[in-house]
Each structure stands twice: as structure tokens, then as C-alpha cells.
Design a protein around this ligand. Structure first.
Ligand code: PAF
Length: 279
């Protein structure tokens, strides 16, 4: 039975009791509208911790676009049913006032790796993510937190944050879960029309083709330019970025001298898709 908790004080008491009996607590931070990607994180947490908390909080502070926040899918009853089936112990679903009470005045800001890619296109987004993750880690007092590699830059930001602030929590990155056609699972995918949904997996296949070319020695810029043209011709909307970056520090990569990751964000209708793959 998954218990729904909305107040940080109640959660704290519960976690304190677990910890007194020597249990390791894992947390999966989410914004709800759960899909198989989230459930794979809950399963990883289940395997690697004694008790599992999944947080569901649509964090207004990380949305730089009011209509994206309004349209963000929400279905707590279904989320709860899915978490019950995974044997999750607690669904922590605080209200906005619980997370950001009157007088809340702190922003957590990570420099450097937050600047390119998502940071350049979504000003303030990573301050919102870093602030809410700091709050959620404090509220849950978990020893491990599980994040999907789908949000690769977010994962690096959270790792940097917890390292820099000596937070007593281990961040565990888990592989991106894809639909059969290769589309990375995302809560926003439910907003794609049937036609867009058919086109969306092309993003992943075009990225894979570009990665294969780069591995075969085609210059990075040329391979990425070909991929951009293919995406445009296929019918995608504006491309925010398609870039090769070093795994360590997300610096622009012009070759494979260091391990690299290809990252993309592109519009399809009014949905923004993001994806990344190892090269
Ligand atoms: O990846 C998400 O769903 C959110 O950015 C997170 C980590 C739950 C913080 O709100």
C-alpha cells in the first residue's frame, strides 16, 4: 500500500523511524504524469534501497513558460495506482505552499554547466531544478536519489549540486527508457498528435545516424549539419540545439578525443522534445 503524504513534517517523522531501524531510503523526484521511464527509476530505487519515496510536484519555479506549466499533464490517481503496483512506500505530493511557503527567499544556482543547451533556451530553469531538488532532498532525507539520463544535463547539474554542497545523498543516473520506435519517454509526449507521434522517433534515429558517422570519422560539424537538414526536411519545427558535448563538463566537442554525448532539443507542434545519446 502506497501512502500519500503531503506535509514535510509528516514525511520527516516517517523517514526518521525508517532510519532508526537502519533502513536506506531512496527517492525518485518526478513531476508526475508517470510513464515507464519513471517506473524504471522506481524499480531501480526498490532494488537499491529499503524504502522508496516517489515525489510528485510540478515545480512552478523551473518553468520559464506559463503555458507549458498550465499544460503540464497531471493525473495523481493514475500515478498512485502505478506506484502501488511497483511497491513504492510513499508518494510525497506537497502543495506549492508546502514547498515555497510565504517568505521563501532562497535560490540555489549552479554555475557553468547550467549555461549551455537547456540553460540557454530556458532561462532560470536550472535554478528552479537545483532549488527544488535541494528542498526535496532536505524534506525526504533520502540517502539515494534516482534520475533518468533522458535529462542528461539535469543529471549533471544535480550531481554537481550535491557534490558542491556536501549533501549526504548519492545521485544515481538510470538509462533512458524508449518506446519501441525509439522515442524517449516523456510526460509531454501525451500532448503530441497522432501524426506528430509518428514523426517524433525520427529525432532519435537521425541522432543515431549522425553518431555513427562521427564514429566513422566524418567531421562533427558536417555530421551535425546533415542531421539538422534531415530533421527540417522530415517536418520538425524549430531546432533549439543539436550538439556534441564532452561528458565531463559539457564542453563543446569537435572530435571524440574525450567521451562525448550528443544532445538535442527540437519543437514538434507545441511540444518540445529533448533527447541525448552516447557517441
Ligand atoms: O525531471 C523532472 O521531472 C524534474 O525536473 C525534477 C527533477 C522532478 C525536479 O522538479
Amino acid at each position: 500500500m502506497t501512502q500519500v503524504i503531503r506535509k514535510a513534517a509528516e514525511l520527516r517523522d516517517k523517514v526518521a523511524a525508517w532510519k532508526r531501524s537502519g533502513m536506506l531510503v531512496g527517492v525518485v523526484p518526478t513531476m508526475g504524469a508517470l510513464h515507464d521511464g519513471h517506473l524504471s527509476l522506481a524499480r531501480a530505487a526498490r532494488k537499491q534501497s529499503d524504502r522508496v519515496i516517489v515525489t510528485v510536484f510540478v515545480n512552478p519555479m523551473q518553468f520559464n513558460n506559463a503555458s507549458d506549466l498550465d499544460k503540464y499533464p497531471r493525473d495523481e490517481a493514475q500515478d498512485l495506482a502505478l506506484l502501488e503496483a511497483e511497491g513504492v512506500d510513499v508518494l510525497f505530493a506537497p502543495g506549492v505552499d508546502e514547498v515555497y511557503p510565504d517568505g521563501f527567499a532562497t535560490t540555489v544556482s549552479v554555475a557553468g554547466i547550467t549555461e549551455p543547451l537547456e540553460g540557454a533556451f530556458r532561462p532560470g530553469h536550472f535554478d528552479g531544478v537545483a532549488t527544488v531538488c535541494s528542498k526535496l532532498f532536505g524534506m525526504t532525507q533520502a540517502g539515494r536519489a534516482f534520475f533518468g539520463e533522458k535529462d542528461w544535463q539535469q543529471l549533471q547539474v544535480v550531481q554537481q549540486l550535491t557534490r558542491d554542497l556536501n549533501m549526504p545523498i548519492r545521485i544515481i543516473g538510470c538509462p533512458t527508457i524508449r518506446e519501441e520506435d525509439g522515442l524517449a519517454m516523456s510526460s509531454r509526449n501525451v500532448r503530441l498528435t497522432a501524426e506528430e507521434h509518428e514523426l517524433a522517433p525520427r529525432l532519435h534515429s537521425v541522432m543515431q545516424e549522425a553518431a555513427a558517422k562521427i564514429r566513422d570519422g566524418v567531421p562533427v560539424e558536417g555530421a551535425l549539419n546533415d542531421a539538422k537538414t534531415e530533421l527540417k526536411d522530415a517536418g520538425f519545427g524549430a531546432l533549439d540545439y543539436l550538439e556534441l558535448r564532452t561528458v565531463d563538463g559539457l564542453k563543446p566537442a569537435t572530435d571524440l578525443a574525450e567521451p562525448a554525448r550528443m544532445l538535442a532539443a527540437i519543437w514538434l507542434g507545441d511540444v518540445r522534445l529533448i533527447d541525448n545519446i552516447a557517441v
